[in-house]
Design a protein around this ligand. Structure first.
Ligand SMILES: Nc1nc2c(ncn2[C@@H]2O[C@H](COP(=O)(O)OP(=O)(O)OP(=O)(O)O)[C@@H](O)[C@H]2O)c(=O)[nH]1
Ligand SMILES: [Mg+2]
Length: 416
């Protein structure tokens, strides 16, 4: 009598949320296990390379999963037989979605199932699924049949035409929402408008940034550390990926047929946090803070040298100039070593370093002139209190020094 061995589950990747660039798409999914001397059908080596990996994130979708797997398999078996994989990523649903999906595996050889116990959340589920996938093209679709499976072929065709990203959109021709209340429409459009204000360069690139139905080329997001929050994984892909060509296909968002929605107010809050995170990811905040610390240390060097020179009997103007110059050199050394250390390492050599010092010096001197001008303008023309004027000038010149040095002295905009 043979004992039934359930098909193996996919291992849950751990560590950072980075998609590997290259995968061996012909390798077997698991180590071959023999049952009664025969390899189980679902463990047989995949001969056909996997071109497309579609992740289906699930939480309590036990009633929907058999239907969506059947429909997607029918479509893909016809279009790209054996060259695709469906990856259900379930967060240990209380209704046993993962087990139901696992039971479908013998019937659907392209189906894989991942059961996550420690990590939770829609966005990370999608990324973990992609990390464990083999296809050159990655995709995501909801399990609840709100995303019409037949649109998949149109999305696939967009990628075949050369698109980096193919997005199913409710806001282009052929798109729409079936039966949404006015409140939900308003919230959805409001969220999009807010996104356009905070992150226009990302949100403005697609007509429906809120969609959770899209395909993307692995190469466009591989090796980037993704850090999504909440539901809107497409925003993460657009914000951090290297996407040039975007194709859009209209679709009508269907009503949920079974199971319950997981959307709460938390998703709206997380959406705003996600937007802000992406916004500031583009700003060199940490570098600027290091620059400010170095600048602060320079004040003490300046004062100490000024004191010593005055004690030694040097004239006032000479002491001011000399102590300022020592502070500039002090700041340069720390910035070269610490603030911009990663960039300096790519530009080694004494002469390169000397050039950086000269530029830094010039920019700081220009900064001093700028500071004098700002204080005079605020104090004499706008009648601002002289200490407040000095404070505003210091803040402005610190920003100026940082930005110009970043662009000129350490030149992060140029490839060396
Ligand atoms: N793995 C995983 N999947 C999730 C999680 N939350 C939601 N999902 C799945 O993600 C998909 C989208 O979630 P829904 O709750 O349907 O969200 P929605 O479609 O925006 O909202 P509704 O129209 O109300 O259904 C579904 O397939 C869910 O089962 C989660 O925390 N983990
Ligand atoms: Mg849904």
């Amino acid at each position: 009598m043979s004992i039934y061995h359930p098909p193996s589950l996919l291992q849950v990747p751990s560590g950072s949320l980075q998609i590997p660039l290259a995968v061996d798409s012909e390798s077997p999914d698991t180590s071959p296990e023999l049952l009664n001397g025969e390899m189980q059908p679902h463990l047989r080596k995949t001969v056909c390379p996997i071109l497309f990996s579609l992740v289906i994130p699930t939480y309590n979708e036990g009633k929907n999963i058999p239907k969506i797997v059947t429909l997607l398999s029918q479509i893909l078996d016809e279009a790209i037989p054996e060259a695709y994989e469906l990856i259900v990523v379930d967060d240990n649903s209380p209704d046993g979605t993962w087990e139901i999906a696992q039971a479908l595996m013998p019937e659907y050889p392209q189906l894989r199932v991942m059961r996550r116990v420690e990590e939770r959340g829609l966005s990370t589920a999608v990324i973990r699924g992609w990390q464990a996938s083999k296809g050159d093209v990655l995709g995501v679709i909801d399990a609840d049949l709100q995303h019409p499976p037949e649109v998949l072929l149109q999305l696939w065709n967009e990628i075949q035409r050369g698109a980096d990203l193919a997005v199913a959109s409710r806001h282009v021709e052929g798109g729409g929402v079936s039966d949404w209340s006015v409140a939900r429409r308003f919230l959805s459009r409001g969220a999009q408008t807010l996104g356009l204000m905070i992150l226009p360069g990302v949100i403005g690139r697609v007509s429906d940034p809120m969609t959770g139905y899209f395909l993307v080329r692995r190469a466009c997001i591989a090796s980037k550390t993704l850090s999504p929050l909440g539901y809107k994984i497409l925003i993460e892909v657009l914000g951090r990926g290297n996407i040039r060509w975007i194709g859009e296909v209209g679709y009508v968002f269907q009503e949920r047929q079974a199971g319950e929605s997981k959307v709460t107010w938390k998703q709206y809050v997380e959406y705003i946090q996600h937007l802000l995170r992406l916004r500031f990811a583009r700003w060199p905040v940490a570098r600027f803070l290091r620059f400010a610390v170095v600048g602060f240390s320079g004040v003490f060097v300046d004062l100490a040298v000024f004191y010593l020179l005055r004690q030694a009997g040097l004239g006032l103007t000479r002491s001011i100039i000399l102590s300022a110059e020592v502070a500039i050199i002090n700041n340069f050394l720390w910035n070269d070593l610490w603030t911009f250390g990663d960039i300096s390492q790519r530009q080694p050599g004494k002469s390169q370093r000397f050039r950086r010092l000269l530029k830094f010096n010039m920019i700081c001197l220009a900064g001093m002139v700028l500071q004098t001008l700002i204080v005079n303008l605020l104090f004499n023309v706008f009648l601002v209190n002289e200490y407040l004027a000095k404070l505003i000038a210091i803040a402005t010149v610190t920003l100026w020094n940082f930005w110009v040095n970043l662009k000129l002295s350490w030149r992060v905009t140029q490839v060396d």
